[in-house]
Design a protein around this ligand. Structure first.
Ligand code: NDP
Ligand code: 2IT
Length: 444
């Protein structure tokens, strides 16, 4: 049996109750076959794949806090430090009721390769809690964040592990967590990224994931003799990534006609009004029905359905496994040319294959949404040199990073005779750097 298949079997047997983690591992290991086969003896002797699929360590802890009625609530917190071969652990904190060990492990595992692709010195990690910020008062969110950080602060540090935002964790949550870290440790350091601009945050970090997604999509189109101008774009989600992806797509001359949240979706043939969407989601923290109520051209639909809308480009920006095989079939039938993932693992493996087999240019999240963590790394750099760069400086570095990622993954795919397979290219390019660093550093 090949080394890849052996490790896959072992990972499946060992993590049977973690379907998202298995899905992420399968996707990566499967596409690494040509690289592993070419160096099987070394990789097998070094147990590279076993070491990559086993986190360095994982923390799981109780998070007690008091709600506005005086009732004590208990959540479960996580931080999984996956691999620090090329830099301190780096990755977001997800606050969502669905969070469990398997979800954090899939995100932490993917973060290793994504962070490597940025070209910056950051390792892979992820964390979060099964806490739902929705419908909570600011005081309740603060109580939760303080309790969460009271435990988390034992495991992180500016040169150790640097968390950031993800689903449910935005500037408000990062602020409360940063305050608590500082109070307990008496250290003012860049231990978190996505901080507010008055206390060490970087300009353009808020926009970075969505903007980065469009920079790589634009490069993809350009390299196929196309542009963003006049294209119809379908986007899912209505959070941080979706909002700034919409904004940048519009700045590039495309028309974004959808957005969605966990209860329903909007079709707006005139193009999404980003300022209104920001008001509804960032300020009021309300449902999309409020967007529809305020905008004549918008239709609101319950449930899911954005992928049924005819488009040139689809950008899934909500959550994992939100684009299924039937959605892929509908997009292909409607003439969609390109799919780039703003979210982490939003497309199922069979849907991804369907796109690739039907000539759709497909860039997976590890490459396409790397602009967020790349800009987090730029925030770390600014914190280390105790300086703040201008928006234009950060944004131009972000653009360059995304263009470089596109060409690196394109080249890696070509090197292995798989031109246009950007999923394989991303996994290979991300893997090679980490594997080399692991071997150079010995058995640790
Ligand atoms: P937000 O919390 O800001 O927004 C998430 C959006 O997705 C919301 O509209 C939310 O709807 C929707 N959503 C979340 N979970 C579900 C679900 N189970 N079913 C349907 N809709 C859902 O998160 P972000 O925009 O930051 O993150 C979106 C994706 O991008 C995630 O996969 C994240 O891991 C990834 N990502 C984020 C980065 C960042 O810098 N923030 C960087 C790289 C990737 P509702 O409000 O109703 O829950
Ligand atoms: O999935 C991701 O890359 C993020 N949520 C951002 C991580 C970070 O450290 O900025």
């Amino acid at each position: 049996m090949s080394y890849v298949d052996e490790v896959l079997d072992r990972v499946k047997a060992k993590n049977a109750s973690e379907p998202e983690f298995l899905q992420a591992v399968e996707e990566v290991l499967d596409s690494l076959r040509p690289v592993i086969d070419a160096n099987e003896e070394t990789y097998r002797r070094e147990a590279i794949l076993e070491r990559l699929t086993e986190p360095d360590r994982q923390f799981k802890f109780r998070v007690p806090w008091v709600d506005d009625k005086g009732q004590v609530q208990v959540n479960t917190g996580y931080r999984i430090q996956f691999n620090n071969s090329i830099g301190p652990y780096k990755g977001g904190l997800r606050l969502h009721p669905s969070v469990n060990t398997g979800i954090i492990k899939f995100l932490g595992f993917e973060q290793i390769f994504k962070n490597s692709l940025t070209g910056l010195p950051i390792g892979g990690g992820k964390g979060g809690a099964d806490f739902d910020p929705k419908g909570k008062s600011d005081r309740e969110v603060m109580a939760f964040c303080q309790s969460f950080m009271t435990e988390l602060c034992k495991y992180i540090g500016a040169d150790v592990d640097v968390p950031a935002g993800d689903i449910g964790t935005g500037a408000r949550e990062i602020g409360y967590m940063f305050g608590q870290y500082k109070k307990i440790k008496s250290v003012y350091e860049g231990v978190l990224t996505g901080k507010g601009l008055t206390y060490g945050g970087s300009l353009a970090r808020t926009e970075a994931t969505g903007y980065g997604l469009l920079y790589i999509t634009q490069e993809l189109m350009k390299c196929h003799g196309e542009s963003m101008e006049g294209k119809t774009v379908v986007i899912s989600g209505a959070g941080n990534v979706a909002i700034y992806a919409t904004q940048k797509a519009q700045q590039m001359g495309a028309k974004v006609v959808t957005c969605s949240d966990s209860t329903g979706w909007i079709y707006d043939p005139e193009g999404i009004d980003v300022e209104l969407l920001k008001e509804v989601k960032e300020v009021k923290r309300a449902r999309l029905t409020e967007y529809a109520a305020a905008r004549k051209s918008a239709e609101y639909h319950e449930g899911r359905g954005v992928w049924s809308v005819k488009c040139d480009i689809a950008l899934p920006c909500a959550t994992q496994n939100e684009l299924l095989i039937d959605d892929a079939k509908a997009l292909v039938a409607n003439g969609c040319k390109a799919v780039c993932e703003g979210a982490n693992m939003p497309t199922t493996i069979d849907a991804t294959k369907y796109f690739q087999e039907n000539g759709v240019w497909f860039i997976g999240g590890k490459a396409a949404n790397a602009g967020g963590v790349a800009t987090s790394a730029l925030e770390m750099t600014q914190n280390s040199e105790r300086l703040s760069w201008t928006f234009e400086e950060v944004d131009s570095k972000l653009q360059q990073i995304m263009v470089n990622i596109y060409h690196n993954i394109d080249d890696a795919a070509k090197r292995y005779g798989q031109e246009g397979n950007y999923v394989m290219g991303a996994n290979i390019a991300g893997f090679e750097k980490v594997a080399n660093a692991m071997i150079a550093q010995g058995v640790v």
